[in-house]
Design a protein around this ligand. Structure first.
Ligand SMILES: [Zn+2]
Length: 142
């Protein structure tokens, strides 16, 4: 087992496997082709300024952790700061998704965009008329 005196390293393939088994898309690493010598968290790095208030906040996974052990990765994944960063990230992604997909790709959104203004007015009138008929329980013919 070759490990440096500073930290604990793992093979690139091992770290790749962690990424898969832990579902850790956030994991970034520096390697020398064989061995990983630094671990970083993509999400925490991008949200650094907004997660400093998290309990036990540490910059280990932002500047890069030299201890490349599965335990370190798991601990980070469950840390308050990481969950905070993931949540922030998710919120932003969902918001973008909402605008892009929901409005533009959703059939109703598309329909509304295409519907000409006068058509929309006519539809509104029809909806109101049928609503009144139902609500007032008016006979269809007088
Ligand atoms: Zn993180």
């Amino acid at each position: 087992m070759a490990s440096s005196s500073k930290g604990c390293t793992s093979k690139v393939n091992t770290v790749k496997k962690w990424k898969e088994t832990l579902n850790a898309d956030w994991l970034e690493y520096d390697d020398d082709g064989k061995v990983v010598n630094l671990l970083r968290c993509k999400v925490c790095t991008s949200k650094e300024e907004r997660i400093t208030s998290a309990k036990n906040f540490s910059r280990t996974f932002i500047t890069g952790s030299a201890i490349v052990k599965k335990n370190t990765v798991v601990n980070h994944q469950y840390s308050d700061q990481h969950r905070m960063a993931v949540k922030l990230n998710l919120k932003e992604t969902l918001k973008e998704k909402y605008v892009d997909e929901y409005v533009n790709e959703n059939p109703i959104g598309q329909g509304l965009n295409k519907m000409a203004a006068d058509d929309r007015g006519r539809m509104e009138h029809l909806f109101n008329a049928s609503y009144t008929v139902c609500k007032e329980e008016l006979p269809f013919k007088k």
